[in-house]
Design a protein around this ligand. Structure first.
Ligand SMILES: *Cc1c(COP(=O)(O)O)cnc(C)c1O
Length: 465
């Protein structure tokens, strides 16, 4: 018996219905589902994910989306607006990342489908550049272990060797000597995070920039999470190290518009110090029987709606809007960290800002997570060592939230102390899957993904219409 979502409320489709359904009935059903799912995060108790959480802003972006959703941005002769949206999203992002400081190149960018898309295109650009400019046929890239799995995925897909090096266990920042040792004649680029997803800590990017210049390799800064919020933190006077194009060794930066630029899910910017690195990864086929084909990135057809919505959102907020929201987020994040520091059993890892992670040397931190879950809190989990993290977003900035967090955390610590000899119910998850790398765990993860993809086919036919 499957636990297919909503099967008890609605008929399950196992094929295309012979007759269409009434539109208003379909919209009512969608509305019910969305309302239930929105209620989960509107409490402000879920880490990350809902970076904006502002229904007015969503409605505005959805209106912009609707005007261009049906356009295919691959056909620029029909849809020149896409060139304006994309170009201006890139320009606004380059501005924020201090591309004006670049004296040795012509800054450029591309809009991709998300953080993974930006990372994939960056790795493709480095692979092609290494082959064309340096004659490297088997390139490698070097990342600190805390770098996002999207780099592993990109290297897997593109046939690039990924060299993972350890981080300093106290600061969770990349170990410079280890990075230096891993670089060789085949290294196309080094990867740094601003900040990394797990701990919210920022690698020593100024030093990595010097190292990259000295060794003649690229430096990709993963600003997927921080790219649209750290610049405001710096402006607000918080202790945020420079991570952007002001550092001469930084050659690319990924920054997700669908995170702290508060866009709809499905866009990110990949920014380049110099246009030539981007241009090397274009794809074109000039002798196809179907005509000459070219696409600037990996995707073929793309919706104009996401470009329009992202552009409209950025236009509507401007510097003033982003700064105001960032101030609320940083203040909330530091207040929540203060609530953690009240407890001597808890330890914040490294020196984080808007996204922080904490652990315990007195008990398994997942006991705290177990208790907090009963109060509707949803953290993300780390392993080696076990820790839980909170990426503070706009839903957390609502009044009273920090007080609620402090109160629940106090009770959670008491619960963890009481249950310290038991095994916690929760574990380290990203995307909902527990466990470490064993053949059994791999099999389990495959089964979970298959269940997610196919479970409607396993329901007894009587559940449907
Ligand atoms: C979210 C994130 C990514 C991947 O982005 P997606 O949008 O999920 O594809 C990469 N790096 C960091 C640091 C992130 O937070």
């Amino acid at each position: 018996m499957s636990d297919y979502p909503h099967a008890e409320r609605y008929p399950v489709a196992r094929g295309l219905a012979s007759e269409g359904r009434d539109r208003s009935e379909i919209l009512a059903e969608l509305g019910e589902m969305a309302k239930g799912e929105d209620a989960y995060w509107e409490t402000g108790r879920c880490s990350g994910t809902m970076y904006c959480g502002d229904h007015d802003h969503y409605a505005f972006m959805n209106e912009a989306f609707g005007l261009f959703a049906h356009e295919n941005v691959l056909q620029r002769d029909m849809f020149p607006s896409a060139t304006r949206f994309e170009g201006e999203i890139i320009a606004m992002t380059l501005d924020l990342l201090h591309a004006d400081a670049i004296v040795d190149g012509q800054a450029a960018g591309m809009v991709t489908s998300g953080g993974t898309g930006s990372i994939l295109h960056a790795m493709l650009a480095y692979r092609e550049h290494a082959r064309i400019e340096r004659g490297i046929e088997a390139p490698n890239v070097v990342k600190a272990e805390t770098g996002h799995p999207a780099f592993d995925k990109a290297c897997h897909l593109l046939g690039i060797e990924l060299r993972k090096v350890p981080v300093d266990p106290t600061t969770t920042r990349a170990d410079l000597d280890a990075v230096a040792d891993a670089i060789d004649a085949g290294t196309a680029a080094v990867i740094a995070s601003a900040p990394n997803y797990g701990y919210g800590t920022i690698d020593p990017i100024a030093e990595l920039s010097d190292l990259a210049l000295e060794r003649g390799v690229g430096l990709h800064v993963d600003g997927c999470l921080g790219g649209f919020i750290l610049p405001w933190g710096e402006e607000l006077g918080y202790d945020i190290p420079v991570f952007d194009f002001r550092l001469p060794g930084v050659t690319t930066i990924s920054a997700d518009t669908h995170k702290y630029a508060y866009g709809l899910k499905g866009t990110s910017v990949l920014a380049f110090r110099d246009r030539s690195l981007r241009d090397g990864q274009y794809f074109f086929l000039t002798d196809w029987s179907g005509g000459k084909y070219c696409s600037p990135g990996i995707e073929g057809s793309r919706s104009g709606g996401l470009l329009a919505a992202t552009w409209a959102g950025m236009m509507a907020l401007g510097r003033e809007g982003y700064l105001r929201y960032a101030q609320q987020i940083f203040e909330t994040a530091f207040a929540m960290q203060d609530a953690v520091r009240v407890h001597p059993e808890l330890r914040i890892i490294g020196a984080p800002t808007f996204c922080f992670s904490f652990t315990s040397d007195a008990f398994d931190i997942y006991h705290v997570n177990d208790f907090m879950r009963t109060k509707g809190w949803r953290f993300n989990g780390q392993q080696y060592p076990n820790a839980i993290h909170m990426a503070v977003t706009r839903p957390q900035t609502q009044p009273g939230l920090v007080d609620g967090f402090a109160a629940d955390l106090g009770n959670a610590v008491a619960y963890a102390r009481e249950h310290r000899d038991e095994t916690p119910k929760s574990g380290a998850i990203y995307g909902g899957i527990p466990g470490g790398p064993t053949p059994e765990a791999d099999e389990f993860i495959r089964a979970v993904m298959t269940e997610m993809m196919d479970s409607q086919q396993e329901l007894p036919a009587t559940t449907g219409d």
